[in-house]
Design a binder for this molecule. Structure first.
Ligand SMILES: [Zn+2]
Length: 141
């Protein structure tokens, strides 16, 4: 019965980097398709702005709304690129905050995450506190 080696292999739940990389590449593809059409939309607006300079103000608001969406998408896209880069440099799966292994299960669900569960919880708590402060400022309570 020489099963020790096999058992050792089982013990270490190996991160399926190939699979995650594939998922990330698919996400990246989807984003590229989407941003292509978004970029065309913005370009159309730019053409309009040039064509009718008097109408600049209204176009500006339209564009800035689109830019906000684009910004959000860009940051998600960057996350995907960064995750792919971390796979290349073999830094993938380590929490950016505390340096522990994020865990294969979590990474399969959130392949772009840079934080372990506990750091993520801390981060979300901080975000929540921030938005609560922002809300209470708004309503002046
Ligand atoms: Zn952490």
């Amino acid at each position: 019965m020489v099963k020790t080696k096999e058992k050792e292999m089982e013990k270490k739940v190996k991160l399926d980097l190939k699979k995650i990389q594939k998922t990330l590449l698919r996400m990246k593809d989807d984003f590229e398709k989407e941003t292509d059409s978004a970029a065309e939309l913005v370009k159309e607006h730019e053409d309009n702005t040039f064509a009718d300079a008097n109408d600049l103000a209204t176009h500006d608001t339209d564009i800035s709304n689109e830019m906000n969406v684009k910004k959000l998408k860009d940051s998600q896209y960057e996350d995907i690129l960064e995750a792919l880069e971390r796979i290349e440099t073999e830094e993938f799966g380590v929490c950016e905050e505390c340096g522990v292994d994020i865990g294969a299960k979590r990474l399969e669900v959130y392949p772009t995450t840079k934080l372990c569960i506990s750091c993520q919880e801390e981060f979300e708590k901080a975000q929540k506190a921030k938005s609560m402060v922002a809300n209470s400022n708004k309503t002046e309570q």
